[in-house]
Design a protein around this ligand. Structure first.
Ligand SMILES: *[C@@H]1O[C@H](CO)[C@@H](O)[C@H](O)[C@H]1NC(C)=O
Ligand SMILES: *[C@@H]1O[C@H](CO)[C@@H](O)[C@H](O)[C@H]1NC(C)=O
Ligand SMILES: *[C@@H]1O[C@H](CO)[C@@H](O)[C@H](O)[C@H]1NC(C)=O
Ligand SMILES: *[C@@H]1O[C@H](CO)[C@@H](O)[C@H](O)[C@H]1NC(C)=O
Ligand SMILES: *[C@@H]1O[C@H](CO)[C@@H](O)[C@H](O)[C@H]1NC(C)=O
Length: 651
């Protein structure tokens, strides 16, 4: 028999029909295809022909106009690496959101299970004060792991010793130590060596200070982290904490009274040293695990680290935002590319484990994080205001950034390595042309069937940059040795000084780049209708509640993914034949992502959320300083608290 069985012949015929149909549709859209700015957005790509054959249906190329009725399911079918990353983020975030405690009793049970201890005394007040009266609607009452991670090592230091350490820190001259002292006594707050940061700190404390026992706090007056304990030493501290966990002991729900320190005692000193102008990785690598890159091999190829946190063949897109700022992994790759890492202008540090409250840190620091003062203040330079924050569709399709020339010491032979300066030059079309910069970029290949995204390596970003970015320094200042930056002006020029926070919301895409330390504008970016694009090496109090690719766009600290990100949203090239590169615009995806970030920020980054974080942080800290810390805690099951009043938040 030379004839194939009928079913196979039918199959072949069907495959031919399908192929013809795809070719027909592709041609049709090429003929009718408009420019990407006002034309077709999404081309859902069948992953393979097989499932379609099974279902006996011709493949459907659903073509989406870029309108508001754009749906998430069509976006998934698009197959761009960013679409895939968003899909994963949505699933992770869904699990996070759905697993939160809905009742006080659940939160208590979870606390004990996670940390192996009873919650601190006053825990009921911290939670109930904020929730049961239905006043504050704190959305997630479990997510305080950061507090626990920050305070854990201090359980290895006995309470009296710890109180002496704090007192010792506060006895130093604030100008030398860079610390402010905050003393709570009988519900009253006293400040020594205060500055504007301390004012906000005190405002936060005032909300619940009546519930706190007498304690002393050493607050970092500087914006860079201070404490960096070597890895081996830290492991010993953590081991002591782990061994001291106990849920069997009877505890009382209250702090102890006698907490005085005798002035005749001797107080330890922190042993500050200056690490200004020195590579920070020299310090940081010793705080990394022995098997980490940073500890072993500072000459590692960047590509080796990239495997750990980048999406493969995607033009550098970040798939793991946590690792993208883990200095033990990526430190070797970015040590020369971030101001704080290669030339911190002012760095005062200690290797001793001392409790210092700081606004940000890098992953190897042991500072205790508290919500940055800018997030609580009403300073218009940092606080979100709806003025000029128009609907997405009315904003300019522009990637906009303004900032100061901060980040590190600006010298003739260093400025090109400072992160902000690098970013500004990466968006400077003249500079890109002069340096013949070529980048890797995922683009849609329409000649393959089905069309698929592949990475091209040799893309010239300068025309795109010229058209869509508005990025620069409004003022060049603080250079070395010439403070007016005369020499820098032959490389950079000052741009239109649109620095008012609200003016920036006229634009759709807002990158946020570290300065001297973290960027205090981040909450405002998230609360706005614009889309935040975040690159940072710093960790902050809110990290675990914000999901990359769900609430904002993560960017690598090397910025090699910058154009992969913005070409995805804005679109590139043209469907009409002959174009080398083509990416459909994903404007509605940008709008959706910005909306998700805004909605979430309105739930979890409010002043109330900052207050409850501080409240819990202070209760945990106060317990650490209590002589009877093993015997105090919240012992109840939480069941007596009326359940119907707790945490009902519309989904
Ligand atoms: C360190 O990095 C260099 C360059 O990438 C590599 O040749 C060498 O094998 C690495 N050494 C170790 C111990 O990983
Ligand atoms: C971040 O990465 C570190 C290891 O690099 C890991 O220990 C930690 O649990 C991660 N955190 C999150 C929130 O994924
Ligand atoms: C697109 O796909 C075709 C067919 O597979 C291939 O020959 C061509 O090199 C691809 N183009 C790019 C830019 O990847
Ligand atoms: C862009 O780069 C060119 C050449 O390096 C330089 O002359 C120009 O001042 C830069 N523009 C800005 C806005 O910094
Ligand atoms: C500078 O910014 C202002 C305010 O946004 C704007 O009105 C003006 O047109 C800008 N000037 C230039 C030269 O771009």
């Amino acid at each position: 028999m030379t004839l194939l069985p009928l079913s196979s012949r039918q199959q072949i015929f069907f495959i031919l029909c399908v192929s013809a149909f795809i070719i027909f549709l592709t041609n049709l859209t090429v003929i009718t295809g408009a420019d990407y700015r006002d034309g077709i957005e999404i081309l859902p790509i069948p992953q393979s022909l097989k499932p379609l054959l099974q279902h006996n249906k011709p493949p459907q190329l659903r073509i989406h106009e870029d309108k508001d009725d754009f749906s998430y399911s069509s976006e998934k079918a698009d197959g761009h690496p960013i679409s895939q990353l968003m899909e994963k983020a949505a699933a992770d975030f869904g699990r996070y959101r759905d697993s939160r405690s809905r009742t006080f009793a659940q939160a208590i049970t979870r606390y004990r299970k996670k940390y192996g201890r009873h919650p601190p005394p006053g825990f009921d007040k911290a939670i109930l004060h904020y929730d049961c009266r239905g006043e504050r609607n704190v959305y997630n009452i479990d997510d305080f792991d950061q507090i626990w991670d920050d305070l854990r090592p201090f359980w290895s230091i006995p309470p009296l010793e710890l109180r002496k350490v704090v007192k010792g820190l506060l006895k130093e001259d604030p100008e030398n130590s860079g610390l402010s002292g905050i003393t709570i006594e009988h519900g009253k707050i006293k400040v020594t060596g205060g500055n504007w940061r301390t004012d906000e700190f005190v405002r936060m404390l005032n909300v619940f200070v009546k519930e706190l026992p007498d304690i002393q706090i050493a607050m970092n007056r500087l914006d860079q982290p201070r404490v960096i304990v070597e890895w081996e030493t830290l492991q010993e501290h953590l081991k002591v904490e782990e061994e001291s966990r106990n849920l069997d002991r009877l505890v009382t729900n209250g702090f102890s009274r006698s907490r005085g320190l005798d002035e005749s005692m001797s107080f330890p000193i922190a042993e500050w040293f200056s690490a200004s102008e020195e590579p920070y990785m020299n310090l940081a690598s010793k705080a990394c695990p022995p098997d980490s890159y940073a500890r072993n091999n500072m000459t590692m190829e960047p590509a080796v680290a990239e495997e750990k946190y980048k999406f493969p063949n995607s033009g550098g897109l970040v798939s793991n935002f946590n690792i993208s700022s883990d200095l033990c992994t990526i430190g070797p790759a970015i040590q020369d590319l971030h101001g704080m890492l290669f030339a911190p202008a002012t760095m005062v540090a200690t290797k001793k484990l001392v409790p210092i409250f700081s606004e940000c840190k890098v992953n190897v620091n042991n500072d205790i994080l508290f919500p940055a003062n800018m997030y609580y203040s009403d300073d218009p330079r940092y606080t979100y205001s709806p003025e000029n924050d128009m609907p997405w569709d009315d904003k300019h399709t522009t990637v906009f950034w303004r900032g100061m020339t901060s980040g590190g010491s600006q010298e003739l032979n260093t400025w090109r390595r400072l992160h902000r300066h690098r970013f500004v030059q990466l968006a400077n079309s003249t500079d890109l042309r002069n340096t013949k910069t070529r980048l890797a970029l995922p683009t849609l290949n329409l000649t393959t069937i089905p069309p698929a995204y592949t990475e091209i390596k040799n893309w010239d970003p300068s025309p795109f940059s010229e058209k869509y970015t508005d990025i620069g320094f409004p003022e060049l200042a603080w250079c070395v040795p010439d403070r007016k930056c005369g020499w820098l002006r032959s490389f950079l020029k000052e741009v239109n000084a649109t620095t008012a926070l609200t003016d920036q919301f006229l634009n759709k895409y807002l990158p946020d780049i570290d300065g001297h330390s973290f960027s205090g504008r981040w909450h405002a970016w998230l609360k706005s209708r614009s889309l935040g694009i975040k690159a940072t090496i710093f960790r902050e109090w809110h990290d675990s509640r914000l999901f990359a690719w769900q609430h904002f766009v993560p960017m690598d600290n090397r910025f090699d993914d910058f154009y992969s990100i913005i070409t995805y949203f804005i679109g590139l090239g043209n469907r009409k034949g002959g174009e080398e590169v083509y990416i459909p615009t994903h404007d509605s995806t940008g709008k959706r992502l910005a909306g998700q970030g805004r909605e979430w920020a309105a739930k979890v980054l409010r002043k109330e959320d900052i207050e409850v974080y501080m409240f819990r942080l202070m209760l945990e800290y106060a317990r650490l300083l209590d002589d009877r810390r093993e015997m105090i805690g919240y012992w109840g099951s939480g069941r007596r608290v009326k359940e119907e009043k707790v945490w009902v938040w519309p989904q």
